[in-house]
Design a protein around this ligand. Structure first.
Ligand code: ZN
Length: 196
């Protein structure tokens, strides 16, 4: 089932998400719905807060980036097999010199800005079968994970912009929260004045 994606301005996107237990109700169904919702919106990642749930769960599939000819072979190979579920993730370390990449977010349609992040991360998490992992990712793979991880920490990429950039996109963000935007996937807008 395709779930509505929560738009910028909803308080759920600002909450630090909670750890879940193995008996979390209908977890498999939720993960299946998150995949369907993400692919329907042509996203490469989706975090539970973006479907209204403040829990430490996100999914990623950056396969579309693997076709990018500008990337190194190493980067492309890493991206190709990276369809993954992250439950109760914890970033253990982030290293290297920050690099910029133009990011977007399904909760903030039509806004894209350069965001600086460190290139290498080590992260521990459980997969959908509750097997524990600790893995190291770099480049764009790390970038996609960092973006989704921020969601479960209640951080949006727009929070990481300079105050000048933030001022420049303020009106656009206000319009998104009011639903004054055209999107071709299902969304839920916190400040839309429509009777339910
Ligand atoms: Zn996002």
């Amino acid at each position: 089932m395709i779930l509505p994606i929560v738009a910028y301005g909803d308080p759920v996107l600002k909450k630090k998400a909670k750890v879940i237990k193995e008996d979390y109700p209908k977890l498999k169904e939720l993960i299946d719905n998150m995949w369907e919702t993400m692919y329907n919106a042509y996203g490469v990642g989706l975090a539970a807060p973006q479907v209204g749930l403040p829990i430490r769960l996100f999914v990623i599939d950056p396969t579309p980036f693997a076709e990018d000819e500008d990337l190194s072979k190493e980067d492309r190979d890493q991206l190709r097999d990276l369809k993954k579920v992250f439950i109760n993730a914890q970033i253990e370390s982030e290293t290297g010199d920050e690099w910029a990449f133009n990011e977007g977010c399904l909760s903030i349609p039509d806004v894209r800005e350069d965001v600086f992040r460190k290139p290498e991360i080590t992260i521990s998490y459980y997969d959908e079968n509750w097997v524990k992992h600790q893995d190291t990712f770099s480049g764009l793979a790390a970038r996609v994970i960092q973006h989704e991880y921020d969601h479960i920490e209640g951080i949006l990429f727009t929070d990481k912009l300079s105050s000048l950039k933030k001022r420049l996109i303020k009106g656009k963000l206000a319009n998104i929260s009011k639903g004054k935007i055209k999107v071709d996937y299902r969304m839920r807008f916190p400040k839309q004045k429509i009777a339910r």
